[in-house]
Structures are given as C-alpha cells and as structure tokens.
Ligand binder design. Structure first.
Ligand SMILES: Cc1cc2nc3c(=O)[nH]c(=O)nc-3n(C[C@H](O)[C@H](O)[C@H](O)COP(=O)(O)OP(=O)(O)OC[C@H]3O[C@@H](n4cnc5c(N)ncnc54)[C@H](O)[C@@H]3O)c2cc1C
Length: 480
C-alpha cells in the first residue's frame, strides 16, 4: 500500500512565493561549517583538491579571475584553456585564477543529486508558450549539448570509473494524475514542434508495478549518474594541464572574494579583494550561483538570483533496486542508487527534495547549508518506503544527510553573459556571469560556462563571438 510523505503539485505555489517575496536580502558569503555531503566526505580521498592553494602568497596580478570552483567556474576555465591552446597569436600565457571561498567544489556542485539526465521534453509546453518554439527547442538542445559534451570528455579520457559514470534509465514517476496530463501536453507540443523524442517510453501502473514495484505510472528515457565533485576535479586537471604556455591556471581555495572594485589601470580594470590580499585583473567571471548577489547586490531579490536550501540524504536500500535514476513530484524529489561496492549488500541511495515541507517560503532566501531542516528530513526518510514499498525499510536512518544552496531565478533559467546593472550601464565592462540554474545545473552549467568563456576569448583576441545554435537567447543577460 502506497503512502506519500510530501504534499503534491506545489510547483505553482513555489513560483508564487518566489515572486511575492520582494524584500529578500542579498546573499551572504558561503557559511563555514557546512554540513558534510556524501560527495565531499563519503570516502576519505574524495576531494584531493579540497584545500589547494589555500596557503602562501596570492598572485597580485592576473588576466582573469574566476570566482567559484563549482561546475560553472571550472568549466569556464576548461573552455578558456581549450580556446587559448588553439590560438596561435598568444606569445605569453594568459594567467587565470579560480578563487573559492571554502574547500574546492563545496557549493551546490558538491552537494547535489548527482544526476546528468536532460529533461528531454518536460516543460516544453510552457517554454513554447512563453518564448516561442525555437527557444523551447534550444533549451532542450543546450541540455543535450551539455550532457553529450561531458560524456564525451569522460569516455575520451577513460574516466568512467574515476567519476562513477553510470548510464541509466531515467524514470519520471507521476504521483498525481495532473502530472500525467501535463507531461502528455508537453509531449504532444514537443512532437508538433518536431523535437527529437526518440527513446521515450510511457509506462502504465501495471508496467511500473512489474518493473519497479511501485503503483504509480511513469515515463522512461536514457540518462546518467555520476559523482559531480570527481567530474569537476577531472575538468580542473584538464584545464590546468591543457597548455600552460598559453593558459596558466591556478586554484586558491579558502579564499573568499569580499569585493570587486575598480582597478588601477585601464587594462587592469578590476581589483578583486580577499582576506589574503588583492588581485588586479582585466576580467572577472562570477561563477558564484546562489551567492551571486553578495558581490553583485543589484542581482538580489526575485528579479535576480535567490538562494534556496535543498536537502539530501544517503539512505541504504533494503533490496537491490534497478539501475535507474528517478525524478518525481514535478521534480521536487530525485534519487538514484549508487553503484554497489564489494563490501555492500544493498546500495546507498542518494535522495534529495522535501522543499515543499521546508516552511512557508520553500527554503528561499537562506545561504546557510550548515543546518538541516528536521521536517524535510522526516519527509525524505518516509518518501521511498511510502512509494516503493518493500525496497526501503520504514524508519531507517540515513547514513549521511546534508544541505546545499541552489540559485533560483524568476524564469527558472540562468543569467549568462556580461554583468549588466541597468542603473550603471557602462561601468561593469569585463565582468561576466553564468548563474541561477534554478535546481537544474548539471545539464546546463557546462554549456553556459562555454558561452561566457567564448565571450571573454573573443574580447581578448578581438574576434567576434557567435551565438551557438543550442543557446536559448533568453538566457543572455543582454536579452533579459
Ligand atoms: C541539494 C541540491 C540538489 C541538486 N540536484 C541537482 C540534480 O540532481 N541535477 C541537476 O542538474 N542539478 C542539481 N542541483 C543544482 C546544481 O547542483 C547547480 O545548479 C550547479 O551545481 C551550480 O553550479 P555552480 O558552479 O554554478 O555553483 P556552485 O557549485 O554552488 O559553485 C559556486 C561556488 O562559488 C563559491 N563562492 C560563492 N561566493 C564566493 C565568493 N564571494 N568568493 C569565493 N567563492 C565564492 C561557493 O563556495 C561555491 O563553491 C542541485 C543543487 C542542490 C543544492
């Protein structure tokens, strides 16, 4: 007998709450003593770069400062390294640093659900109604481009085991009839728009019962899971070794940027301040996601980027579930079983969600990932035994539980491009941002970082930047 531990169909209410709350404060710096995630602490050697560059001298002068060492910041460095490697007119290396407030990759990327599964056609009807068919198709093209590019890097580098890459069936489970109707409407709109819908299977309740032991209908297509921190660590290695004679990259963790102010010369137009000293630079890339408004106060509130706390548990299953990643309840809950280690009988399942019970404001406007919410914890503990009875033991305590901070925007889409403050249009030249993925970053951040890296490269080399076909134009800061 199924029981559901979370309220259903709350997407509309979260959007309402988001737009209604206009007095939300600017983000803080990332807090110390954050909760310990499986990805960061699940094994003793999970994060060898954790404290890289945290002691000694900081450089005082570089070309490019990238702020944030999550998937956005490191992908931007990776793309820049590739672009400059292929550029013949560089006679001295471009110098870049990644500055990270806490340990390497300890923001959302080190705390998320570990999914790399594009949303395929879900949300297509809304996207098309809001932005038109081409933009709706580009949204899906960008996710496909991201996932495929990352998979190519993993496969070409033989990194499948290093990053725990597992191709899986991705199942969207429908806990309410309305979700099925919405998905059907998305499907038929996407079909009419000629979106690639290959490999998508609808599963009725009987099929779901037979295959997965749950009494809810669903939908299945191909996806992947991985260890996000390990992927980002490998991207950093590739970026820093690509060709140091063209692009020299250093990482300084535990180095919070406290301000970005005017620099001392027309070339070094920015001064980046940290407690360890200041750095003069020509370009600043804000890869700070939920925390963006700390350094860019004009981006606070619902017209900018709003931090929101998510919660995740690592919970032992009571049977061997299929190699599947799951998404349910309009995306509020998401989970997948980790590969089973030799010493384990049953897998550890990484399950996130529960924001629907996080209180009236759905976890918005907090950057505090040092605490967990007990109500959310209770809903998560009861969720899987409730909807897939028999495979999860009721009342079993998670082996780990943690919080992470996402960055939400009103549109649900990131800001990508030059930083624009309408109250001072000319003043921020050389500053770029890619942030605000609204809980869907693994399939978007790498491509969005490619965009800002391309813009910086074009500016430095005095070439023109061309919009990629897969880029939704409404992501661009200039077009918001
Ligand atoms: C609980 C949770 C579950 C999620 N699940 C999924 C999922 O399953 N699938 C999916 O696609 N997405 C998921 N996401 C979203 C995804 O993780 C993010 O969109 C993505 O990781 C954002 O990457 P980022 O590099 O932009 O930000 P982050 O990884 O947050 O990196 C930003 C970094 O900037 C640093 N920083 C901030 N301010 C400063 C400063 N002033 N100075 C120096 N450093 C600073 C932070 O410490 C942080 O390390 C989830 C997120 C969370 C929190």
């Amino acid at each position: 007998m199924s029981s559901i531990s979370v309220p259903l169909l709350k997407h509309h209410d979260t959007q309402e709450t988001f737009t209604r709350t206009t007095n939300g404060a600017r983000a803080t710096l990332p807090v110390p003593n954050s909760t310990r995630s499986f990805w960061l602490y699940g094994t003793p050697d999970a994060n060898p770069l954790a404290r890289e560059g945290s002691t000694g001298d900081l450089p005082s002068d570089v070309d490019i400062c990238i702020i944030g060492s999550g998937i956005t910041g490191v992908s931007a460095a990776y793309h820049l390294a590739k672009l400059f490697d292929g550029h013949k007119d560089i006679d001295k290396p471009l110098k870049a640093v990644i500055l990270e407030a806490r340990d390497f990759c300890s923001g959302a990327t080190g705390r998320n659900g570990g999914h790399l599964s594009p949303t395929r056609f879900l949300d297509f009807a809304r996207l098309e109604a809001t932005y038109g068919t081409d933009e709706a198709k580009r949204q899906h093209a960008l996710e496909k481009h991201t996932a495929q590019s990352l998979i190519d890097i993993i496969k070409n580098g033989g990194l499948e085991n290093t990053v725990d890459y597992v191709p899986v069936d991705h199942v969207a489970i429908f806990l309410a009839e309305q979700e099925i109707e919405e998905a059907r409407a998305d499907y038929s709109t996407a079909e009419a728009a000629d979106l690639d819908l290959s490999g998508i299977e609808w599963l009725n309740k009987d099929a779901m019962q037979a295959e997965y032991g749950t009494s809810f209908a669903g939908l299945r297509y191909g996806g992947a899971n991985l260890w996000p921190l390990k992927l980002v660590s490998e991207l950093y290695k590739l970026a820093s070794t690509q060709n140091p004679s063209k692009f020299e990259l250093a990482l300084h963790t535990n180095t919070p940027v406290t301000a970005v102010g005017p620099g001392s010369s027309p070339e070094r137009r920015w001064k980046v301040s940290t407690p360890r000293g200041n750095i003069s630079c020509s370009y600043v890339l804000h890869a700070t996601n939920a925390y963006a408004s700390y350094l860019l106060p004009h981006m606070h509130g619902p017209d900018g980027i709003v931090p929101a706390r998510g919660q995740v548990v690592a919970l032992r299953a009571n049977a061997t579930p299929t190699k599947t990643s799951w998404w349910g309840n309009q995306g509020f809950e998401y989970w997948f079983p980790r590969p089973v280690e030799d010493t384990e009988k049953y897998p550890l399942v990484i399950l996130g969600g529960g924001r629907e019970v996080a209180g009236q404001n759905f976890g918005y406007y907090t950057t505090d990932d040092s605490v967990i919410n007990p109500e959310v914890g209770k809903a998560l503990r009861n969720f899987l035994p409730g909807i897939i009875p028999g495979k999860y033991e009721k009342g079993r305590e998670p082996e780990m539980e943690w919080a992470g901070i996402m960055g939400f925007t009103k549109l649900g889409d990131p800001f990508v491009g030059p930083v624009i403050d309408k109250s001072r249009p000319e003043e921020l030249q050389g500053q770029y941002i890619s942030a605000g993925y609204s809980g869907i970053g693994m399939t978007r951040a790498y491509a969005c970082a490619e965009v800002i890296a391309g813009m910086v490269f074009a500016d430095i080399t005095k070439t023109s930047w061309t919009k990629p076909d897969w880029l939704p134009r409404h992501y661009l800061t200039a077009e918001r």
